[in-house]
Design a protein around this ligand. Structure first.
Ligand code: ACO
Length: 324
C-alpha cells in the first residue's frame, strides 16, 4: 500500500467588487478591446479597503471545509501560498488558523508568486507522505490590487484579488496512476530572471511594500516554453503522456499563454479550465480558483486526471499531476 494525498474538498472566495475593463479607460490610455485581445481578461475582483488576504483565505478555507464535511479542528496543517500577506509577520496561515477557529496543528506560508499554489501543494503532499499531517488545508490567496502602480497601464489592468482552497487527506492507495491523489510534481526556479517580474520594495530595502514591475513581453516568451516543459516532466515522472490528461488547470495570467501551452501539450482547449476572463491574474490564488470553479461548473469530476502548471516571479515555475 502507498499513502496518497487525496483531495477531500475545494472552495473559493472572490471579493464583492467587480471591476470591468472599461473602468480603466477613465484614468489610463487603454481600452477594453486592448485588454481583452492581449490578455483575455474582461473583469477582475478587487478587495474592499478593510478586506485583507487572510480574510479572503479564511472564506475560501471555510468553503473547502464545508465541501469536505469537516470542521477546522479536523485539519492538522495549513499551507498558504501568497505574496501579499496582511503583515510582514506572522504568516497568513496562522491568521487563518485563528479566523476559522482551529486551535491545534500548525501553519506556514509559501512564497513563490504565481507559482505559489503549485509549491504549496507539493509541500502539503510531502507533509502527508512523511506522516507529519493527515489533513492539510492548502490555500492560495492574494490582494495584488495593493501592489499595483495605477499609472502603469502595462501591469495594473492584468491583476485581481481572490482566494481558493483545497483539503488534502492521507488515504491508502495501491501505488498506481489509477489512485486518487497527488501523483507527481515538478518544481523549478532560476534567480537570474529576477528583473523580469518583481516588486520594487520590501522590509530590508525600501521599508515599504513596493509596486509590481514586469517585463511582460520577455516573460511571455519564457512562459509557454517553461510551462510546457514542466507539465511534460511531471507527467513523465509517473509514466504518463499528454493523452492521459482530462483537464489542464493552468495559472490564469493570459489567455494566449494558456492557449499556447495547451497547443504545445497537444490538449484541445475544451479540456482546459479557463477563468482568466472573470478573475484576471490572481497570482497564487488563480489555480485553486480555477479548480473550484471547474468543479462547481461540473467539468472536473472524481477520477479525472489533472495537470496544474504555473510560472511567476523568481522566475519560479512548476506543475502537479493530480487524480481528482
Ligand atoms: N493598454 C493599451 N496599450 C498597452 C497597455 C494597455 N493596458 N499595456 C501595454 N500597452 C502597449 C505597450 O506600451 C506597447 O506599446 P508600444 O508598442 O507603443 O511600446 C504595446 O501595447 C505592446 O506591448 P507588449 O508588452 O508588447 O504587449 P503584449 O502583447 O506582450 O501583451 C502582456 C502584454 C499582456 C503583459 C503580455 O506580455 C503578458 O501577458 N505577459 C506575461 C505575463 C505573465 O505571464 N505573468 C505571469 C506571471 S505574473 C506573477 O508571477 C505575479
Amino acid at each position: 500500500m502507498t499513502t496518497r494525498a487525496v483531495v477531500k474538498g475545494v472552495g473559493h472566495y472572490l471579493p464583492e467588487r467587480v471591476v470591468p475593463n472599461a473602468e480603466f479607460e477613465k484614468s489610463l490610455d487603454t481600452s477594453d478591446e486592448w485588454i481583452r485581445t492581449r490578455s483575455g481578461i474582461e473583469r477582475r475582483h478587487f478587495a474592499a479597503e478593510d478586506e485583507t488576504t487572510s480574510d479572503l483565505a479564511s472564506f475560501a478555507a471555510m468553503a473547502a471545509l464545508k465541501d469536505a464535511g469537516l470542521s477546522a479542528d479536523d485539519i492538522d496543517a495549513i499551507v498558504v501560498a501568497t505574496s501579499t500577506p496582511d503583515l510582514t509577520f506572522p504568516s497568513v496561515a496562522t491568521m487563518v488558523q485563528q479566523k476559522i477557529g482551529m486551535t491545534r496543528g500548525f501553519g506556514f506560508d509559501v512564497q513563490a508568486v504565481c507559482a505559489g499554489f503549485v509549491y504549496a501543494l507539493t509541500n502539503a503532499n510531502a507533509l502527508i507522505l512523511s506522516g507529519q499531517a493527515k489533513r492539510v488545508l492548502v490555500i492560495g490567496a492574494e490582494t495584488f490590487s495593493r501592489i499595483m502602480d495605477w499609472t502603469d497601464r502595462a501591469t495594473c489592468v492584468l491583476f485581481g484579488d481572490g482566494a481558493g482552497a483545497l483539503i488534502l487527506e492521507a488515504q491508502e492507495g495501491t501505488g498506481v496512476n489509477a489512485d486518487r491523489g497527488v501523483l507527481s510534481a515538478d518544481l523549478n526556479s532560476d534567480g537570474r530572471y529576477k528583473d523580469m517580474l518583481f516588486v520594487d520594495g520590501g522590509v530590508s530595502t525600501t521599508g515599504d511594500s513596493g509596486k509590481l514591475r514586469m517585463q511582460g513581453n520577455a516573460l511571455f516568451r519564457q512562459a509557454v516554453e517553461k510551462l510546457t516543459s514542466t507539465a511534460h516532466t511531471a507527467l513523465t515522472k509517473v509514466g504518463l503522456t499528454d493523452e492521459a490528461v482530462d483537464w489542464i488547470v493552468p495559472h490564469q495570467a493570459n489567455i494566449r499563454i494558456i492557449q499556447g501551452t495547451a497547443k504545445k501539450l497537444g490538449v484541445p482547449m475544451d479540456r482546459v479550465i479557463v477563468t482568466v476572463q472573470d478573475h484576471g491574474n490572481t497570482s497564487a490564488a488563480s489555480i485553486p480558483l480555477a479548480l473550484s470553479t471547474g468543479v462547481a461548473e461540473g467539468k472536473i469530476k472524481q477520477g479525472d486526471l489533472l495537470v496544474t502548471e504555473a510560472i511567476g516571479g523568481g522566475l519560479a515555475w512548476g506543475a502537479v499531476v493530480i487524480r481528482w
